[in-house]
Design a protein around this ligand. Structure first.
Ligand code: NZQ
Ligand code: ZN
Length: 396
């Protein structure tokens, strides 16, 4: 086994109606003045926001609620919320929503805890030294931000938008309430994009250059099989409690680190993450749905990098899809095609042309590759390290 540190401090409270415990959990983790962050309106429309406000009020907890977080969340929104949370003298941040809302909540938690600071400082190198505690009531199974140490924002205040992430254990939520029924109002597109993102959070860790923790592989392969089985069922019928439950738990497990324990990338970070970097550049420029950007690039990425470690792709094909027949090359290709089939069954694109809705011109691809390589100043990936030309080739 490789060395590893596994740190997963988030208390998970799973099941129907568990949002009723929000006030009790906030108090348990020291919250007395709660800043509630939500998105574009789904939480208000479903009645969840009002219900949670009532629960906080009944428990005598002071709160102030603020909405307007958009998918691919913006620095400008986070800055506004930082001002509001500072004025309210918040000591706890409660996120009601998905990855975009939770990541904005994390940005607020980091920035409010450092008087005089600005959100973007933490996205450009300043270390997060302390953060307000965060709680989550999750409404979409996807990004895994409810258990992860990451937060991703798009800076819409720069002449050219850029989408970047930070990682710090201080951003791991204290608790996450997972009630699958809260996800039943999701549009099919978001369920499909979420199931794709969940698959990719394990794939990014599975395709790493340094492996050798066999339990990690078995857990990862089990997660792949579960999300491949239940993802399409959830898309077909969002009222299917079993499918929505499996998807929700897969989402949290897939990004908590468990499916990548001991699997190291080029910089001793966990996994590869090239597809996420390729996808984030697309969203920075085109505001595409995160999960859809991943399915659009994964097949091309896989075919481009497979020779770096063919046996890994052979194992993937066999353990995930039961593919055992044919030469190594045939099995590798069959595994990639089976993944394309899975993405299609979620209603997701599997090429850039499908994602964009048109065949991109070279100039457009170059713009994506420049953003992805931070203007040719970095490489991405760990399974195979990719520079600007590789990135451009994969987009092409
Ligand atoms: O804004 P509202 O009205 O709530 O609508 C949202 C939004 O339009 C809607 N929605 C959420 N729950 C709903 C609902 N609609 C009806 N019923 C419900 N129960 O769904 C839309 C998408 O929401 P969003 O929060 O953007 O989805 P997701 O959880 O997929 O988050 C995506 C963001 O997370 C980042 C992505 O890059 C992207 O910006 N990621 C964050 C990560 C992390 N922090 O660890 C890791 C991921 O790899 C990812 O990069
Ligand atoms: Zn993701």
């Amino acid at each position: 086994m490789q060395k590893f540190v596994y740190y997963a401090p988030t208390e998970i409270v799973f099941g129907r109606g568990e949002e009723a415990r929000a006030a009790e959990l906030v108090k348990h983790y020291g919250g007395s003045r709660v800043f509630v962050v939500y998105g574009g309106g789904s939480a208000a429309k479903s009645g969840l926001l009002g219900r949670v406000e009532e629960i906080l009020r009944a428990a005598g907890i002071a709160f102030s609620a603020s909405g307007g977080v958009v998918p691919n969340p913006l620095v400008s929104t986070a800055r506004r919320m930082v001002e509001e949370a500072r004025a309210f003298r918040a000591d706890f941040i409660l996120a009601i929503g998905g990855g975009s809302v939770i990541d904005t909540a994390k940005a607020v938690a980091d920035t409010v805890a450092a008087p005089g600071s600005d959100v973007w400082e933490f996205w450009t190198g300043r270390k997060v030294e302390t953060a307000l505690p965060i709680g989550v009531i999750l409404t979409i199974s996807a990004a895994g931000s409810e258990t992860s140490n990451s937060a991703v924002l798009t800076n819409d205040t720069l002449p050219q938008h850029t989408k970047r992430g930070i990682n710090t254990d201080l951003n791991r939520p204290k608790f996450a309430i997972l009630n699958p029924e809260l996800t039943m109002t999701l549009p099919k597109w978001q369920i499909g994009a979420g199931a794709a993102d969940i698959f990719m959070h394990t794939a990014e860790r599975y395709f790493a250059p340094i492996l050798g923790n066999h339990l990690t592989d078995e857990i990862a392969e089990g997660l792949f099989r579960d999300v491949i089985h239940f993802g399409p069922l959830a898309v077909q019928n969002p009222k299917d409690y079993e499918a929505m439950s499996e998807l929700m738990w897969c989402g949290s497990v897939s990004h908590v680190g468990l499916t990548g324990v001991g699997a190291k990338g080029d910089t001793a970070r966990e996994g590869d993450w090239a597809c996420h970097q390729l996808g984030m550049a697309l969203s920075a420029i085109g505001d595409y749905t995160h999960g859809a950007t991943l399915t659009a690039v994964f097949p091309a990425w896989a075919r481009y990098v497979k020779d770096a470690n063919p046996s890994r792709f052979v194992r993937f094909a066999e353990k995930v899809y039961g593919i055992k027949e044919g030469t190594e090359e045939v099995r590798i290709e069959a595994g990639i095609q089976a993944t394309e089939h899975y993405f299609r069954s979620l209603g997701m694109p599997i090429t850039l042309t499908e994602l964009l809705g048109h065949t991109p011109e070279k100039k457009e691809l170059e713009a994506f590759a420049l953003e992805c390589s931070y203007q040719k100043t970095r490489s991405i990936g760990g399974f195979k390290v990719l520079g600007y030309e590789d990135i451009l080739n994969i987009y092409e």
